[in-house]
Design a protein around this ligand. Sequence first.
Ligand code: SF4
Length: 461
Amino acid sequence: MSSIQAKKTVLASAGDWLARHRGAIIAAQWVVVVFYVSLLVLPVLQPLPDSDARILNNLTVFAQFLFWGIWWPFVLLSMVLFGRLWCGVLCPEGALSEWSSRFGLNLPLPRWMRWSGWPFVAFAGTTIYGQMVSVYQYPKAVIVVLGGSTVAAMIIGFVYARDRRAWCKYLCPVNGVFNMLSRLAPIHFKVDKAAWKQSYHSHKVIPIVCAPMVPMRDMQGNADCHMCGRCSSHRDAITLSVRPPNDEVVRVGPPKDARWQTVLVLFGMLGLAIGAFQWTVSPWMVAIKQSLAEWLINQNIMWPLEQSLPWFIFTNYPKQNDVFTLLDGTLVVTWIVAVGLIMGSALSVLLALANRLLGAWQTRRFHHLVLGLIPLAGCGLFLGLSATSITILKPEGVSLVWVSPVRITMLVLANLWSLGLVSGIVRQYAAPLWRKVSACVMFAGALALIDLTWWLMFWGW
Ligand code: SF4
């Protein structure tokens, strides 16, 4: 047996293990639920940390470090390594949503929920609101953003679709991001169509409930599959298998209507998210704020500099010396939206030019080229989120000399991966070689623009 076949066998058995051990998975999910709820609730009951608080002597700092420094970055990384295994096996929100659906109203899914724009709108809303209330710093903000999302997931589960995960499939704020990143994973549940067809004649088939409602027979990749394993070996046709990591992006490509996916990548992951990570370190933001403040003072308009709003609208912690005035809060939101629009528009233009360089305009090809940016977009989210852990680690006295080399290495690898993807994508379309090379050069321009934003954040400013 070749080593690949041996690997497949081990993987296939792992898939079957997941299918046979639902009890163990559900037990693990409840452990994560208890841990997650404790991290959400306990810090709110403590006083806010003072300047001496550290990861190991203060629960709030510990929870901050764990949520934003470890949990989220490594969940993102897990998508690229194992697909959406996190969603199907460990996610507390998905588990609670599915659990509540068992006791609920079982109403059919309404049309509004199936709108394909939700992944972008939910991601954009959470990203902007998270910055308005300083979600990385304050437990009350965490409980509103993450806890609010969990309560909404349970309500949606209770009202709609028994034993399904309607929230995860349609409304979860990170569903779109996970959908994108999981396309890069080197493992997937592979469907053997011939075996599936054969099973119509030769088997008594036990029906499977796929919680995120994936049409299993036609499944072509990881984007919607939560890797829960329930369908492993179903009809002797579904097997956990290895695949080339570029296969889903290059060969399967975008779905029929990929408009909102494209908006999510260009304006969300590479736009709003970059704005949200960078506004705190941008000297341009400080300069704009100072000019605006001076102008307001000269006009004798003082209320935007004096008024604040409750903490659940704009950050408001006077004892911590951390209060957003109306001017601060409005500027933060404007900055994030502006960066989203500028980055999204500039990247759209560059990729539209790359598309045109390949020949007459093809909308599907444009969406396909956008998928080539996923590695760098995912790397940016990882670096942006892990910047919080670095900030928390600084006062701990941990040596951070490794941080810059690791960041550079990750960015270089992500750029190379994106270039590898786009060279595979352009090969899918008939065009002379010079056109393909020109399109790749234009795509590299888009990568350079994204790299510039990270250079500014980590080294330039
Ligand atoms: S297709 Fe559905 S049942 Fe099968 S592993 Fe994916 S999420 Fe689970």
